[in-house]
Ligand binder design. Structure first.
Ligand SMILES: Nc1ncnc2c1ncn2[C@@H]1O[C@H](COP(=O)(O)OP(=O)(O)OP(=O)(O)O)[C@@H](O)[C@H]1O
Length: 594
């Protein structure tokens, strides 16, 4: 983990940390959180919770939580207690408080919707520490890392998906009362439990609705091949499972998932399958009680399977379905392909959104489609209760020699867990073990990383800014994908702007920009002035998701205020010095926005 050299203010914080850690009532969870806050270089004397406007209030978490919060709010009446829901990144999604004094105090410390209260920005606090540790926590008064928060007492409980057990966010109670620690936590746990139960009830209603629509489609007069899915469930009838198998099935499922996620898509999607056949998917949405339960597809197949194309000598093979012909991209595809074919263990490094997952799926489809491909995310926390089952799951997956296992985002594992993993994997008999592919973000894994030695081959997937030559093809590909009628194109000026962008979110970010542009109500040609603010920055620094949100909030603010920095800073509730610092950091030049 990145550590800063000690400075005078840091020394003061360390002293304070020692006090907190050694105090008679100091708790290990709080001490560990202070340690992380120091490592994140959070300044205790300056509270800066970044702000974002784009809150997702239409998620299963918020749909389940809002009625529970509203009912609780009525009961709490004028008590100086505030209730909040955050997403998994610590962004406050919604807050309930009716006590005027408390409202003012919470606003003065930015504990309000849109602000990010992760430990990374704010240091030890109920929300951030619950999310980082995966445990319910109370953070009382001086246990807060930021001085401005030390008048508050918080109890926060992580909220997990009831089936997948992945982290969705947190429920947090904040008060200025001194005495309420145990009671506060009991209440927080009970409310979080109600929210999780409501999420489970919503999921089961959703699954029942999807099943009903699927059965209706299957029992219609001429049913044919039918598929129904949402993020948790896939159902298909016999006609489909007999007619589509192997790579064709994986491609069909990928496309169906994408369509199911695109809530606005209605109608028919035509898809070329790897075998050379064409599938036509007629989509109907499954909706109940105003919410989306998934999608049902009637599938029609046309054409005959063709023979596989012969492998090309070196470089990328045609027919992988990957867009891009630039030299760095082709080299990484070729190297990864050679590694997969030789059965080597592969470390695939690349910034977020460069296409690591897409590349693995394409290669697997082409070369190992008969073998299952399993993907394992890092454990939700490093507590033994999360790590032990995770290691067991990995062991079980590796026990199947014909499988390909993708261990995603190994940079998120602590040094300790990385060493444990290395020891566990190094002792395995490779001939009786599945093929392992690890992915990571390059700047976050040192060359002497313990896991690096385990892999036989290491391939870096280049960031999009290092292959601007691929942008034109990707734009065309995404325009066709999101406007299949093919009536959109990009002016040369807009294309040049896109080619000059830093693309910190890489192909994923380009795809999302083109998707939004393709959905514009009118206009065949995309011109430079149609491009969103994020395409008008010149910094080549890779940003985290939260930083990107912050950057976009600043860009939008500047656009609204005709590039007036002072007024934008006021709108965002940050100082002039802070906005200038952030603009420098994000490469924002206000004159380019005018
Ligand atoms: N060469 C490509 N051709 C077509 N689409 C691509 C290509 N590369 C990436 N994409 C698209 O970009 C998005 C991001 O790609 P992907 O999820 O594979 O990135 P990643 O490197 O695995 O990211 P992360 O590590 O953040 O999960 C996907 O929607 C994918 O479809």
């Amino acid at each position: 983990m990145h550590r800063r050299p000690p400075g005078s203010s840091l020394t003061a914080v360390r002293d304070l940390y020692r006090e907190v850690a050694r105090g008679a009532t100091a708790r290990p969870l709080v001490a560990a959180s202070w340690q992380r806050s120091i490592e994140h270089d959070v300044k205790p004397g300056r509270l800066e919770a970044p702000y974002t406007e784009n809150l997702n209030l239409d998620s299963p978490l918020t749909r389940a939580a809002l009625p529970v919060l509203n009912a609780l709010h009525e009961q709490l009446a004028d008590d100086p207690v505030s209730t909040m829901i955050t997403d998994r990144n610590g962004v406050v999604l919604t807050r309930r408080v009716s006590h005027d004094g408390l409202t003012t105090r919470l606003n003065s410390v930015q504990l309000a919707p849109g602000h990010v209260f992760s430990e990374r920005y704010v240091g030890t606090n109920g929300i951030g520490t619950a999310l980082a540790s995966g445990h319910s926590v109370t953070i009382a008064g001086a246990e807060h890392y930021a001085e401005a928060l030390r008048a508050f007492h918080c109890a926060a409980v992580p909220i997990l998906h009831p089936i997948r057990r992945t982290l969705l966010g947190a429920f947090n109670l904040t008060t200025t009362r001194q005495e309420s620690g145990g009671m506060l936590m009991a209440l927080a746990r009970s409310v979080a439990g109600q929210i999780e139960a409501e999420i489970a009830a919503l999921a089961s209603r959703r699954e029942r609705a999807l099943f009903q629509d699927y059965m209706e489609a299957c029992s219609s007069v001429r049913p044919g091949a039918v598929l129904a899915l949402n993020r948790d469930v896939v159902m298909m009838n016999e006609q489909l499972s007999a007619a589509v198998t192997g790579p064709d099935l994986y491609t069909l499922l990928d496309c169906a998932r994408e369509v199911a996620d695109d809530l606005r898509f209605e109608g028919t999607r035509t898809l070329a399958l790897p075998s050379g056949r064409v599938a036509e998917l007629r989509v109907s949405r499954s909706r109940r009680e105003e919410s989306d339960a998934g999608a049902v597809f009637r599938v029609r197949l046309a054409g005959r399977p063709q023979r596989e194309p012969a492998p090309a000598a070196g470089g990328t093979r045609p027919g992988l379905g990957l867009v891009g012909t630039s030299e760095p991209w082709r080299r990484s595809v070729g190297d990864a392909e050679a590694a997969l074919l030789s059965g080597a263990w592969l470390h695939l490094a690349g910034e977020a959104g460069v296409g690591k997952g897409t590349l693995v799926k394409a290669l697997h489809r082409r070369h190992a489609a008969g073998a299952p491909l399993a993907t394992l995310e890092p454990p939700p926390s490093e507590a033994p209760s999360a790590v032990e089952p995770w290691l067991r799951d990995l062991g079980d997956l590796l026990d199947r020699p014909s499988d390909v296992i993708v261990l995603r985002d190994v940079h998120l594992l602590s040094d300790r867990l990385r060493r444990r993993l290395r020891d566990a994997l190094a002792s395995r008999d490779r001939s009786a073990t599945g093929q392992l592919i690890m992915t990571s973000q390059p700047s976050m894994v040192a060359p002497d990383d313990p896991l690096e030695d385990l892999c036989d081959v290491s391939v870096e997937v280049p960031p999009l800014r290092r292959r601007p030559g691929d942008i034109e093809q990707l734009v065309r590909f995404f325009l066709l994908k999101y406007r299949p009628s093919g009536e959109s194109s990009c002016s040369s000026e807009a294309l040049a702007t896109l080619q000059g962008c830093p693309w910190p979110g890489n192909v994923r970010q380009l795809e999302s920009v083109i998707r939004d542009l393709a959905r514009r109500p009118s206009g065949r040609i995309i011109r430079a002035e149609h491009l969103p603010p994020e395409c008008r920055v010149s910094s080549h620094k890779a940003l985290t998701a939260i930083e990107a949100l912050e950057r976009d909030a600043i860009l939008r603010g500047l656009l609204n205020r005709n590039s007036n920095v002072q007024r934008t800073a006021q709108d965002l509730g940050i100082s002039r010095a802070t906005i200038y610092r952030k603009m420098r950091r994000y490469g924002i030049v206000p004159s380019s926005l005018a």
